[in-house]
Design a protein around this ligand. Structure first.
Ligand code: BES
Ligand code: ZN
Ligand code: ZN
Length: 461
C-alpha cells in the first residue's frame, strides 16, 4: 500500500526549483520583473494567475514555477495539490510564501493507489523544502492518516474483509503498544447480537467480529471512537440494485476513519484513555442471512424489528455504541457511511454531523472549517423518533417514510448511546466521485481532520 513518504523536508538551503505564488492582482507586478522571453513563456502557457493555474518559466539553463493561489499570505490545504500532482519529479521550495496548511495537499496530491497495477506508471516524488520545520511532522501525520483511509477504502472487498480489518487494528495496536481484544463466534453472538446477525451470512473467511483497542493512561478522560466496518454492503436480502452496490466496498469507510483518527490520537500522545471499537461484517446473502421481519435483541436489551436488511450499519453500530457507553466516556465520536440520504442532502464533499450538545457540534464544525475539512450539521429531531416505531418490537431499523433519512438513522443510533453522554456522529461519504486537486477518485477522508483538530483542542495541555 502507498506510504506518505517524506515528501516534505526542512529547508537546509540545498538546490531546489523555486515556486512563486501570485494571485490575479500581484501577477502583473511580478511579470514586470521578468524578461521578455519569460513573459512570452507565460503567455504561451495562458497563465493569468488564477487558482490552480501554473506555468513553467525558463531561467538560464533551468526553470522556475509560477502558480496562482487565492491568497499567498495564507495558503489553504489544497492550493499546492495540483502542483504536487503535475510538476516533474524533483525538489521544490516556495519563493515567497510559507507552506503552512498546504503541506497536507502537497502530500495527498501525490497519493496513488497502485497495489493492483502490474506496472507502476506514477511519477517519482516531488519533494517540498520548507523553513517551517516544526510543522512538518504534524501535517505529515495528517497526510499519513488520510493515506490510510484511502488505502483501506480503495482495497477490493475480498482483500479488505473483517479479517483484514482485524489485521489493520492489530498493526495499529502494535505500533502504539495498545491492547487489542477481538470478539468472534459464540461470544460475538452472545455479547454483540446485532453485529453477529448482520455478519452471519458471510463466508467463513469473512466471519463477523468486533475489535476493541484500548490505549493510554487510565486516569485520563475516556475518548471512545467507533467506526462502521461493513466490508461489503450487498444490502442483504433487501438486495441493492447494481448501481447502488458498485461502490459498496467503501462501506467500511467509517472504520477507516476511526482507525486513522485513533492513529493520530495515539501518535500525538493525547492525554486521553482511548477506546476504539470497530464492528466488522460483510452484509452478505445466504440461506442463513437475517431477514426483513426478524426481531433482534440488541446488547442493550432493546428489541429491533428488521424492516430493511440494507439498514445494517445502524445495527452493528448500535451494539458498538452500547459497549462504548459502558466506559462512561467523556466523548463518543462515530464515523459511518450510514445513509444515501446524507449524500442526497449534502453531496459527496460535505459529511453530515449530528450531535447531542450544541457546544460540541460547534467545536467540530469550527475545526472543520479552519482546516479545509468542513462538515454540515443535521438535526436529531425528537418528533421523528416515531418513524422508527415497530408494531411488535421496541423499535424498527428503518422508517416507512423516506423523510429525513440521515437524521432518522442518527436517531436510531441515539437510542444506543448512554443517557447524558456527549456524542458526535459523522455520516460520511468516504469517497471522491470526481477528482479534484489533492483528491484522486476513490477513497477519501471526510470529517477526519475536523474531528482530529476538535479532539486535539479539547484535550490539549
Ligand atoms: N451503506 C449504505 C448507505 C450508503 C449508500 C452510503 C450509498 C453511501 C452511499 C447503508 O447501509 C444503506 O444501505 N442505507 C440505506 C438505508 C435505508 C434502507 C433506510 C439507504 O441509505 O438507502
Ligand atoms: Zn445497507
Ligand atoms: Zn451500509
Amino acid at each position: 500500500m502507498s506510504q506518505a513518504k517524506a515528501l516534505i523536508r526542512p529547508d537546509r538551503g540545498e538546490d531546489a526549483v523555486a515556486i512563486h505564488l501570485v494571485n490575479k492582482e500581484s501577477f502583473e507586478a511580478f511579470a514586470k520583473g521578468l524578461t521578455a522571453g519569460q513573459r512570452a513563456a507565460l503567455g504561451a502557457q495562458k497563465f493569468e494567475g488564477g487558482g490552480y493555474q501554473f506555468a513553467i518559466v525558463p531561467e538560464g539553463d533551468s526553470f522556475f514555477v509560477v502558480s496562482g493561489v487565492a491568497n499567498p499570505e495564507s495558503l489553504s490545504a489544497w492550493c499546492l495539490a495540483k502542483l504536487a500532482e503535475e510538476l516533474p519529479e524533483g525538489v521544490y521550495r516556495l519563493a515567497n510564501a510559507q507552506a503552512g496548511a498546504a503541506m497536507f495537499g502537497w502530500v495527498t496530491g501525490q497519493y496513488r493507489f497502485t497495489r493492483y497495477k502490474s506496472e507502476d506508471k506514477s511519477q517519482g516524488p516531488r519533494l517540498l523544502l520548507t523553513a517551517q520545520a516544526g510543522q512538518i511532522d504534524g501535517y505529515l501525520a495528517e497526510a499519513q492518516a488520510e493515506y490510510a483511509v484511502r488505502d483501506l477504502v480503495n482495497a477490493p472487498p475480498e482483500d479488505m474483509g473483517p479479517a483484514a480489518l482485524e489485521a489493520e487494528c492489530e498493526k495499529l495496536a502494535k505500533a502504539h503498544k495498545a491492547q487489542l481484544t477481538v470478539v468472534r463466534g459464540d461470544s460475538l453472538e452472545q455479547d454483540y447480537p446485532m453485529v453477529h446477525a448482520v455478519g452471519r451470512a458471510a463466508a467463513r473467511h469473512h466471519a463477523p467480529r468486533l475489535m476493541h483497542l484500548v490505549w493510554g493512561d487510565p486516569t485520563h478522560p475516556v475518548l471512545a471512537v467507533v467506526g462502521k466496518g461493513v466490508c461489503f454492503d450487498s444490502g442483504g436480502l433487501d438486495i441493492k440494485p447494481p448501481s447502488g452496490m458498485r461502490l459498496m466496498k467503501k462501506d467500511m469507510g467509517g472504520a477507516a476513519h476511526a482507525l486513522a483518527l485513533a492513529g493520530l490520537v495515539m501518535g500525538a500522545k493525547l492525554k486521553v484513555r482511548l477506546h476504539l471499537f470497530v464492528p466488522a461484517v460483510e452484509n452478505a446473502i445466504s440461506g442463513g442471512a437475517f431477514r426483513p421481519g426478524d426481531v433482534l435483541k440488541s446488547r442493550k436489551g432493546l428489541t429491533v424489528e428488521i424492516d430493511n436488511t440494507d439498514a445494517e450499519g445502524r445495527l452493528i453500530l448500535g451494539d458498538a455504541l452500547t459497549r462504548a457507553s459502558e466506559e462512561n466516556p467523556d466523548l463518543i465520536v462515530d464515523f459511518a457511511t450510514l445513509t444515501g440520504a446524507a449524500r442526497v442532502a449534502l453531496g459527496p464533499d460535505l459529511p453530515a454531523l449530528m450531535a447531542r450538545q450544541d457546544e460540541t457540534a460547534e467545536a467540530f464544525l469550527a475545526a472543520g472549517k479552519a482546516h479545509d475539512d468542513a462538515a454540515w450539521r443535521l438535526p436529531l429531531p425528537e418528533a421523528y423518533r416515531e418513524y422508527l416505531a415497530s408494531d411488535i418490537a421496541d423499535m424498527a431499523n428503518s422508517s416507512a417514510t423516506p423523510f429525513a433519512g440521515a437524521s432518522v438513522a442518527g436517531l436510531f443510533l441515539d437510542r444506543f448511546v448512554g443517557e447524558g453522554l456527549d456524542w458526535v456522529h459523522f455520516d460520511t461519504f468516504a469517497w471522491t466521485p470526481s477528482p479534484k486537486p489533492g483528491r484522486a477518485r476513490g477513497g477519501r477522508g471526510l470529517g477526519l481532520r475536523a474531528a482530529w483538530h476538535a479532539i486535539r483542542a479539547r484535550y490539549a495541555g
